[in-house]
Ligand binder design. Structure first.
Ligand SMILES: [Zn+2]
Length: 250
């Protein structure tokens, strides 16, 4: 009997306490310097082996949202919006993922494309076409490790909403899945609305692929060539959270 009790006790002690995917407010912080972060992941690696990182913020309540920046390495300014959210105060009312540097090799080289000369926003399997020149689409759909990493990540997280930040067209796309979402984002971010049609048909884009394969809506947001630093670090992060009524702790 005593052995049985000991065994039962051992079982109870060995079974880990149930965990929730969302961090409770008193959850031990992952990183004392980044109190907003509740999870971090390396979702894959670039052609040159650089890690592609995603951070999860928020208290787990509200919709799952993903912000993506620097898919094109020569469009680096909007990273500051994502970094400011990641490095700031804890966030509530949203389950928010940020992926500030989709194309780390392109960022280092200041090039639109990845290290193999592929435009990552033409490499997705939906309406992929064999494009050359500035929109080189790669030898086949999902040929690039960066594309495969993001596809895996999106299939796992399945955000309800995605904002894909680019430059320099200064507009929110209206040629998209959910027009009301597009209007709401344009109003919140104080950007004009315009059909971003890739000069005709968009082939192999991430937003096109996501919008046709998943329930959620992905939207392209373009800032200008040189958005003021204050707008990226202070104004835009607050505006982004306001789209979903989320806030930062004071
Ligand atoms: Zn771009």
């Amino acid at each position: 009997m005593r052995i049985l009790t000991a065994l039962l006790l051992a079982t109870v002690l060995l079974v880990p306490a149930p965990t929730t995917s969302a961090a409770a407010p008193d959850h031990p912080q992952l990183d004392p310097d980044r109190p907003a972060v509740v999870e971090k992941r390396v979702i894959g690696r670039s052609v040159r082996g650089r890690p592609i990182r995603a951070w999860r913020l928020g208290d787990g309540s509200g919709p799952t949202v993903l912000l993506i920046s620097t898919m094109h390495g020569d469009e680096p300014h909007t990273r500051r919006i994502l970094q400011s959210l990641r490095d700031g105060r804890p966030i509530r009312g949203i389950d928010l993922w940020v992926l500030p540097t989709y194309n780390p090799d392109g960022l280092v080289r200041h090039t639109r494309k990845n290290a193999r000369g592929v435009d990552l926003n033409r490499n997705f399997p939906w309406r992929w076409a064999d494009l050359d020149g500035p929109y080189e689409s790669g030898p086949r759909p999902r040929s690039e490790p960066e594309t495969r990493a993001v596809i895996r990540f999106l299939r796992d997280v399945r955000p309800r909403w995605i904002l894909s930040f680019h430059q320099p067209l200064h507009a929110v796309d209206t040629d998209t899945k959910d027009r009301r979402f597009s209007r709401r984002v344009a109003r919140a971010l104080d950007l004009p609305r315009r059909a971003l049609t890739c000069g005709g048909v968009c082939h192999g884009t991430m937003t096109g692929w996501y919008n046709h394969r998943f329930r959620g809506a992905a939207l392209t947001v373009e800032y200008g060539a040189r958005p003021p630093r204050r707008r990226m670090e202070k104004t835009a992060p607050r505006q982004v959270l306001s789209i979903w009524g989320a806030t930062r702790h004071r």
